[in-house]
Ligand binder design. Structure first.
Ligand SMILES: *Cc1c(COP(=O)(O)O)cnc(C)c1O
Length: 388
């Protein structure tokens, strides 16, 4: 082994600075700690940042996805087409509403849901396409929308990875489709836990009611001086609101987003440069018509070019003190889905075969140039130490 870092480089530490800490303390001292003025401010700031029609802050992206299905009245007997190359939450929410997740395999380059596979999976029970912008690279939205419109179904976006990102010059979250963002600790913008739902204001209005006990009106207004105590429950809703503590973090993070995105872009470019001409690696694809958020940097091993597999590659990276991760174990390969629906890995061969050879490198705005070089050195060293 050539170069070994002294300290372990974590895959994805949360990006929290003094300003976020000060904002939280200020909120705690403000006497309003749950959903209130800061959440309203965060929603407006996020909506303006993506140039969207509306935005509601929620407790998680999972909550946002769940509400997206509910406001489209999707439930038992319905099918929702989604990708296997995602975090399980994308499919779990389909189970939550009692509908059936139907997987459509991914495109070999971007690992986003394949429009052709979606088309082939449509039945008269299909109600929605739930597309994920894998690693922050927007899915083929125009083609998916065309398919959805033709079939009379809706397109919902799992935008957990894709802030900020754009497809053909349109920011993800700026359209009328519901798009669900995640502010989980490892995501590009974090509030520790949290999510945002963007899209058509009429749908968002319903989602907001269902996301807060099915109550008409919200807690903040109810307790405002002089406002009436009256409220009505119009549905057995959920408890999916975001707190002002979280929103105060989000407001600070939003202001630093352009700078952080620029750094992610720089790091990804350095990786591309370092690995582009090495035959054993396949770089993440970036299509000309998109701007990716560079949430993840998934590198793939080219079959037959090395004497080790992905698992061993990842182990040897850890020995060199570099943290990595794998995105994702395809959803249909998890025991719940495999057992319930009888899936075999090869049912979605592109997802299954890419999973075998993929791993993600550290990619976050606080990586120093030296750390980026350490990652590059380790990757190249593992590769050259393990010829086919
Ligand atoms: C992180 C993630 C989610 C879930 O986000 P939460 O905010 O933790 O609920 C959903 N989908 C994808 C693709 C994710 O990576």
């Amino acid at each position: 082994m050539k170069t070994i870092r002294k300290e372990f480089l974590p895959f994805s530490p949360p990006s929290i600075g003094d300003e976020e800490i000060e904002a939280v303390v200020e909120t705690l001292k403000s006497k309003w700690i749950t959903t209130g003025p800061r959440t309203k401010q965060f929603e407006a700031a996020f909506r303006d940042h993506v140039g969207g029609q509306g935005a509601i802050a929620l407790s998680s992206c999972t909550a946002a996805l769940h509400l997206s299905l509910l406001v489209h009245d999707i439930g038992p007997g319905d099918e929702v087409i989604t990708t296997p190359m995602t975090f399980a939450a994308s499919a779990n929410v389909i189970e939550h509403v009692g509908a059936t997740p139907v997987f459509a395999d991914v495109e070999a380059d971007t690992l986003n849901i394949s429009p052709a596979a979606v088309e082939a999976a449509i039945t008269d029970r299909t109600r929605a396409i739930l597309a994920v912008h894998y690693a922050g690279h927007p899915a083929e939205l125009d083609t998916l929308q065309e398919i959805a419109t033709r079939a009379g179904i809706v397109l919902i976006e799992d935008a957990a990875h894709s802030f900020p990102a754009a497809y053909k010059g349109r920011a993800i979250g700026s359209g009328a489709n519901l798009a669900a963002f995640s502010f989980y600790a490892t995501k590009n913008l974090t509030t520790a836990e949290g999510g945002m739902l963007t899209g058509d204001p009429a749908l968002l209005k319903r989602a907001a009611v269902l996301g807060l006990h099915g109550m008409v009106g919200d807690a903040w207004r109810r307790y405002e001086a002089g406002s009436p105590w009256f409220y009505e429950v119009v549905a057995p809703g959920y408890k999916y609101n975001m707190t002002d503590i979280q929103s105060s973090i989000g407001l600070v993070q939003l202001r630093g987003m352009d700078e952080k995105h620029a750094r992610r872009y720089e790091v990804a470019s350095r990786y591309n440069e370092a690995f582009g001409s090495v035959g054993c690696f396949e770089l993440p694809a970036v299509r000309a018509e998109v701007e990716t958020s560079w949430h993840l940097y998934p590198l793939r091993l080219v079959p037959g070019m090395l004497g080790i597999d992905r698992d061993e590659f990842v182990r040897q990276m850890a020995k060199r003190n570099i943290g990595t991760s794998v995105h994702f174990i395809p959803v249909h390969m998890h025991p719940f889905y495999a057992n319930k629906y009888g899936y075999k890995p090869e049912d979605f061969p592109v997802a299954a075969s890419n999973f075998q050879r993929i791993f993600s490198l550290p990619l976050h705005p606080h990586l120093t140039d030296e750390e980026v070089q350490d990652v590059i050195d380790a990757v190249l060293d593992v590769a050259s130490s393990n010829p086919a």
